[in-house]
Design a protein around this ligand. Sequence first.
Ligand SMILES: [Zn+2]
Length: 86
Amino acid sequence: MAHAKTQELIRYAERRVSENDRLLLNQHFEACAFCAREVRKFEEVLDALKGADLQRARSPVKLCCDAQTLTRTFGFQQTRRSSWDS
Ligand SMILES: [Zn+2]
């Protein structure tokens, strides 16, 4: 059997291959260390991306707080500056 295509490895890592394809790929991974290593790399990347998604989901909250803090700080400074001017 030829090496699995990159696209097939990605689909396998994403658990999006059919049962039949999964069995064929499993057989290939047992015989081919190269593809077995490749698919593990894709699985690691996908895990890392899931982690990044969680981090991204938290950042809007942080950004929102930062924007409020900035607005408050800016508004406070403006008020102080204008009170100094008058
Ligand atoms: Zn292979």
